[in-house]
Write a new protein. Structure first.
Length: 145
């Protein structure tokens, strides 16, 4: 059976993703949870690891270790505040999260990485506005050994 991403690797990813942004001079903090946890406030960032354990053709050149891939799906859920539109808040979180993930061409602890930001980070998907909540989605192909 193919290898799945470990809990330690998931924790590393979880802690690396930013959960606060600055818009103008205001700092906005988000809750960060896994997809199976309840949303209790907004903004909230949810993480889901899926399509895991797929062997790739990528091997580390120094030691020949095979990389496996998984899909990290991030939902950025926001609502309007007195100062900012929820879409503006979600866009800033998405921008900051993408900027962080683009640095993962150098492996994180536990060898989690991306190889090509242009191909491994999919465009922001706006799932729309429902009951006052904005839902922005990022899909990232991660590689791990």
């Amino acid at each position: 059976m193919a290898r799945a991403i470990s809990n330690d690797q998931k924790k590393t990813i979880f802690t690396q993703l930013p959960a606060s942004v600055t818009i103008d001079t205001d700092t906005i903090n988000a809750s960060k949870i896994y997809v199976n946890q309840a949303i209790t406030s907004y903004p909230t960032i949810t993480l889901n690891f899926s399509n895991d354990g797929q062997a790739t053709d990528i091997r580390d050149v120094s030691d020949g270790v095979l990389y496996y891939s998984c899909t990290l799906t991030i939902h950025i859920l926001t609502e309007n505040t007195d100062s900012y539109n929820g879409a503006r808040i979600a866009e800033q979180f998405a921008s900051d999260i993408i900027a962080e993930i683009e640095t993962w061409t150098t492996p994180l602890t536990s060898d989690v990485r991306i190889f090509n930001p242009d191909e491994d980070i999919n465009a922001i998907g706006n799932m729309g506005f429902d009951e006052g909540i904005f839902d922005y989605i990022l899909s990232i192909t991660l590689y791990h050994s």
